[in-house]
Design a protein around this ligand. Sequence first.
Ligand SMILES: [Zn+2]
Length: 120
Amino acid sequence: MDQKTAMQTNESTTQCSGQYDTTRDPCVLCCCKHLAQAHVLIKETHKDYPHHKWIAMGHMAEAEDEVLNAHKAMASAIRVARLQYQNDDIEPDCCLLIDAVIQADEELAAKMLEEMNIKR
Ligand SMILES: [Zn+2]
């Protein structure tokens, strides 16, 4: 399955459309996924991969975009954390951010997990 076909098969559910534009539907789970990825990459910066800081910041920027249209305050909090990391090397607590995202949209997160048959 190519990437375009994969994107189209997701469009009928509350899962993300996979389309990268400013009007895309918010996706709490993708936001958490990007924050989790950033968490792992930040840990790797302490090993032999200091350049993973930049990839982590990219994932944080994606996390912001995922909730921008539904939770502006949450998107703003992630942005502030990303800029502190970028400019002052203050490492974000991505686990704390994930908890906050889930709390910000408990209902949507639960619905998405239910659709995917994932028990919490
Ligand atoms: Zn998604």
